[in-house]
Structure formats: structure tokens, C-alpha cells
Design a protein around this ligand. Structure first.
Ligand SMILES: [Zn+2]
Length: 80
């Protein structure tokens, strides 16, 4: 019975993890390639935002594209 509960816990954890586009652990080690600053996760647009550089880094298939050349200016992402 105890084993069953553990399995359910394990399954619940997997489902929770999949809801995020990238893990918190990965987000913590990632930094902006331009200013080396912290990044904000934008789950709606599936990407990472550097607020100081006003750049948006895409996340494709769970892999953040951390290249300045591939970054998109923030004003092109958020339409006001
Ligand atoms: Zn930056």
C-alpha cells in the first residue's frame, strides 16, 4: 500500500514537471549571454526575457536558444 502511494507521488511529480517548459534548476543556471544577468521565464511565449537588454530568447523543444544573434527584441514579442 505504501509503495502504491509512492508511485502516485512520483507520477504527480512528473506531470507537474512537464507543465513547465523548462525546470527551475535550468532557469537558475541560465544567464543572458549579453549582460550575464538573470532571465525571466515567459511561459506564454515560451521563452526567456532579459529585462536589462530588452531581449527575448526562444525556448525550442525545452532547449533555450541562448544566442544574441537569435534573440528577439522585446517590443516585437509584446505588442502594445
Ligand atoms: Zn541581458
Amino acid at each position: 500500500m505504501i509503495l502504491m502511494i509512492h508511485i502516485f507521488d512520483f507520477m504527480a511529480n512528473i506531470t507537474q514537471e512537464q507543465r513547465k517548459i523548462i525546470s527551475d534548476e535550468l532557469l537558475e543556471i541560465l544567464a543572458c549571454p549579453k549582460c550575464k544577468g538573470d532571465l525571466l521565464l515567459d511561459e506564454k511565449n515560451s521563452g526567456l526575457i532579459c529585462e536589462s537588454c530588452k531581449l527575448f530568447y526562444k525556448i525550442e523543444d525545452g532547449i533555450p536558444i541562448m544566442l544574441i544573434d537569435e534573440a528577439i527584441p522585446l517590443d516585437k514579442i509584446k505588442r502594445r
